[in-house]
Design a protein around this ligand. Structure first.
Ligand SMILES: NC(=O)c1ccc[n+]([C@@H]2O[C@H](COP(=O)([O-])OP(=O)(O)OC[C@H]3O[C@@H](n4cnc5c(N)ncnc54)[C@H](O)[C@@H]3O)[C@@H](O)[C@H]2O)c1
Length: 325
């Protein structure tokens, strides 16, 4: 069993991954500045409240115990915000990653799993998307992730610094057994927004119904957060076995339209979703679906919670019984 440092472990995907790492018997420490996460999502005694750009603090932490690897989630994630404040995203997502990698090198920790994104592809040339499609992000958020991927490629080449970059598609759902769920503020993700509309009666806006898709609404690949967490564990264990650097898509390989998600919410909750129709948003591709064959073949990972009603039902469980306070 290994000792793993998780950055951003107080956030949505990080906290789920901490839960599954511990289930698997790994020892975990968390670094998070709580700018967007919740201390309550981290088990007692694991949290080090620190900004990744605090190079001295981070180096001291990494040198304080024999860490085997890092899983690096900490970042800002809102595409819209990144177009208004790109400098914030370059600082928080790129500069903080460089600070982390420098501290890791000083401490002799040379394995990292990095949260990348489907936004790395921009407007894909083919769907389902395979990893060899060009990285052509169309917003600053996607740019920051591609920049970090490039830095990791270079560190692999010259510093024997091994990484797995996981390009996730739309993370969603929750792990009811862990009492964890999705708490972004402001929330920009579709399923929590639809569930909020069900709870409050305030309509959710659907952006565009004239896309070249069967029902006119955008198609996305919804990946259950617990399946995503397990992909991180497979990835870190690959690196711990001495595995080489890799880039993998993480999705189910199946797309669902916005209208299909609304219908699933109505089935699961038994309630009508109040909706209003808005215009298309700039830069929303009609369809983003992952081909995750490479991850499945290389690391034996398989999504086991891909059913849309299961995803919505777990998210609904958290919306009813969980708390983001
Ligand atoms: N949620 C998705 O659908 C999705 C999709 C693709 C990629 N990702 C990536 O996955 C990662 C996690 O996403 P999430 O949805 O869990 O986000 P989140 O906002 O819930 O969690 C991010 C955490 O990082 C912390 N953090 C941010 N900047 C920090 C810094 N400089 N120092 C220390 N801590 C810092 C925040 O406080 C927060 O707890 C991000 O890197 C994101 O880009 C997410």
């Amino acid at each position: 069993m290994a000792l793993i440092l998780v950055t951003g472990g107080a956030g949505y995907i990080g906290s789920h991954t901490v839960y599954f790492l511990r289930q698997r018997g790994h020892e975990v420490a968390v670094v998070d500045n709580l700018s967007r996460g919740r201390a309550k999502s981290v088990p007692d005694g694991l949290l080090h409240q620190l900004d990744l750009r605090d190079a001295a603090g981070l180096t001291a932490l990494l040198q304080s115990r024999p860490f085997d690897a890092v899983i690096h989630f900490a970042a800002f994630i809102a595409v819209g915000e990144s177009t208004k404040l790109p400098e914030l995203y370059f600082s928080n997502n790129v500069a903080s990653s460089i600070s982390l990698f420098e501290a890791m090198l000083k401490a002799g920790v040379k394995r990292v799993v990095f949260s990348s994104t489907a936004a790395a592809y921009g407007i894909p040339t083919h769907v389902p998307i395979i990893e060899t499609q060009p990285s052509q992000p169309i917003n600053p958020y996607g740019e920051t992730k591609v920049m970090v991927e490039r830095i990791l490629e270079t560190l692999d080449l010259h510093r024997e610094f091994r990484s797995v970059c996981l390009r996730y598609f739309n993370a969603c759902g929750s792990e009811p057994a862990a009492g964890l769920g999705e708490c972004h503020e402001p929330e920009t993700h579709l399923i929590p927004l639809i569930l909020r509309a069900v709870r409050t009666g305030q309509p959710v806006t659907l952006f565009g119904d004239d896309y070249p898709t069967p029902d006119g609404t955008c198609i996305r690949d919804y990946i259950h957060v617990s399946d995503l967490a397990e992909a991180h564990i497979n990835s870190v264990e690959h690196l711990l076995r001495g595995g080489e650097s890799q880039v993998f898509n993480v999705g189910t390989g199946h797309g669902h339209s916005v209208k299909e998600v609304v219908a699933a919410v109505e089935r699961v909750t038994g309630k009508k979703v109040p909706v209003t129709l808005g215009p298309r948003r700039d830069g929303d591709p009609p369809s983003l679906v992952a081909d995750s064959t490479k991850l499945q073949i290389t690391l034996g990972w398989k999504p086991t919670r891909a059913d849309l009603d299961r995803i919505v039902s777990d998210a609904w469980d958290f919306a009813q019984h969980g708390t983001c306070a």
